[in-house]
Design a protein around this ligand. Structure first.
Ligand code: IMP
Length: 177
């Protein structure tokens, strides 16, 4: 486990400003809907989702899914597994998936496929950060916070071996393996 504090990549202030912008844009885009369902992906998205949901101005529900991926760092398409399902049905609902990070994109792809099969009225995706140079799956992210370089990032929900999630900024570390 690295012992020094992660180097700042995206500061707390920049994250706060960007989340307010995203919340405004989402609130405008869904302004004529009765309600949206925000689906957070555990564990990584819980902090982003909390801040985003509170900055929005339209009626919204929050639900969570737990996914686990095997394989080092990212997920192979076949290696994504649902470990906790939503509490409520999303049939006929306007669904916004909220992800912490899109790396290869396999996790988001799996998630969108899984949710689409449940017949939502609409389905969009929001992610805090994307390593675009590594994304190979065919996914479109409707609302993106930041594009980041191919480094391991932690903080604001993101972890390294389940550590650093509660750092208030996004920082980079060098994994020790
Ligand atoms: P995917 O490759 O887009 O399917 O991403 C798989 C998962 O790998 C993400 O949901 C994260 O949990 C994790 N992940 C990928 N890159 C990072 C990173 O830089 N920091 C923390 N988690 C990451």
């Amino acid at each position: 486990m690295p012992t020094t504090l992660p180097e700042v990549l995206i500061s707390e202030d920049r994250i706060r400003v960007r989340i307010a912008e995203l919340a405004g844009q989402i609130s405008r885009d869904y302004g004529d809907r009765d309600e949206i369902v925000m689906v957070g992906v555990l564990k990584g998205a819980f902090i982003f989702l909390a801040d985003l949901a509170r900055a929005m101005t339209i009626p919204r529900r929050v639900d969570f899914m737990g996914l686990s991926s095997y394989g080092r760092g990212g997920a192979q398409q076949s290696g994504v597994r649902l470990v906790m399902d939503l509490r409520e049905s999303i049939e006929g609902q306007h669904v916004l998936v909220v992800e912490d990070i899109v790396d290869t994109g396999h996790t988001l792809h799996y998630l969108l496929d899984t949710l689409f099969a449940r017949h939502p009225a609409s389905l969009k995706a929001c992610a805090l950060v994307q390593k675009r140079s590594r994304t190979v799956a065919d996914v479109s992210i409707d609302y993106l916070g930041f594009e980041i370089p191919d480094r391991w990032v932690v903080g604001f929900g993101l972890d390294y071996k389940d550590r650093f999630r509660t750092l208030p900024y996004i920082g980079t570390i060098t994994p020790d393996e």
